[in-house]
Write a protein that binds this ligand. Sequence first.
Ligand code: ATP
Ligand code: MG
Length: 500
Amino acid sequence: MSAISAADIISILKAEVENYNWDAGEQEVGSVIWVGDGIATIYGIDHAMYGEIVVFDNGVKGMVQDIRRNEIGCILFGSDTGIKEGTKVTRTKKKAGIPVGEGYIGRIINALGEPVDGKGEIPAKDYRPIEEEAPGIIQRRSVNTPLETGILSIDSMFPIGRGQRELIIGDRQTGKTSIAVDTIINQKGKGVICIYVAIGQKASSVAKLVSTLEHHGALDYTIVLVSTASEPASLQYISPYAGTALGEYFMYQGKDVLMVYDDLSKHAVAYRALSLLLERPPGREAYPGDVFYLHSRLLERSSRLNDELGGGSITALPIVETQAGDVSSYIPTNVISITDGQIFLESDLFFAGMRPAVNVGLSVSRVGGAAQTKAMKKASGSIRIDLAQYREMEVFTQFSSDLDDNTKQQLQHGKVLMELLKQPLAHPLSLHEQVMTLCLANNRVFDSVEVKKVKEYQKGILEFIDRKHPQIGFEIEEKKALTDELVEQIIEAAKEYKSR
Ligand code: ATP
Ligand code: MG
């Protein structure tokens, strides 16, 4: 007979129940029921959250994107070759995130925050979720500081403020990336951290861009996050969010950040591929129904924080590619309505030699004017109207030969303005150079110059004033205002230059 009495058994059972380790069962493990095209369907993980990271037996990570009654769908952040039917999958209970820190500045990374420039490990300070709620209204303040692009046509007519979202839109090969890169180059010494997110581009284009930045010493304050066209759609999809997570790390420290998303058309295409593979119903242009939310939740995160939160900002320059100048297709209309304005680049202008090819009629900045310096506001006064008048008159007078003097003058002035707005790559103009150029143009100083020679004349006169009368430029930069005395001094200097 057994030596253990019933009382013993009960005490053993009681102890078992009391000491039962509840944690033991919490590791939820499921198994793969289908895998392919960078997507896996998993059975047996019942409590996974949307956006949670799961780990496969071979170490590859995935992100939950679809939660259905009996199974979940997830996208893979690595190759699916080691994963097959029955492979075990474990929940991590963590949302997707990337390591962040100052060490990232000057580095080239992928969408998972891993370095791809061969310069070794990056020390991380923190870890941030890639999807983060945007700051609320109370946490923000209005845009009041300019983010200078150094491009005359943009800073004078479509100014961008820190915390603003300005779309760069145009057909392929119209100089969209160039505007963003020039803006990054112009941030040198201005205390702005730049993050360039390349989505679905060729690795060679990104390499070229990196060498341009390096050449101009702009990589010292820039992070380049790359997910090339050859990488899985899942990485292309998360890359802008990952880049923004890095930006937020700096913004919440009170710093100013410039984010470039190049480009969101390719981002939408990557998301469409994932959605179709996840068997979501296709909508307009085969994009899933939530493609607006895809970009709105990204761009909402750009903001200017209030002073209690440190006053940092994220300025966003999303780029969208159009087909044959059609701004009314799905993705362009979405992003136009999300952003605070757009810079519209046109092929016709580009090929006519008008570079940057900014279409003055269709571009707009809805908040930047508030951030423009007094000097710029005063100097740029009538330039948009003058250009609009010129464009109308140009069409009218195309075929007429005998024009009255007044019309001739206006045409000449328009031509000169167009010429002044041309700007070669990587030649940013500082505030005082822009203000002086506009001031001289408004006072018709360039109108007597032959159109072909305007650029040369502009360069000469700016150099002359900076050398002979440096206090003019100094005062504009210092006070950021353009007094009547300064205008007079500039005009006097121009006369001096002319009579040399
Ligand atoms: P893609 O659609 O391929 O991304 P994109 O619209 O980004 O093209 P860029 O790559 O910026 O265009 O520029 C296209 C070409 O135009 C480049 O060779 C660039 O050097 C030239 N370019 C752009 N802006 C200017 C400029 N202001 N002056 C002279 N050349 C320019
Ligand atoms: Mg480009």
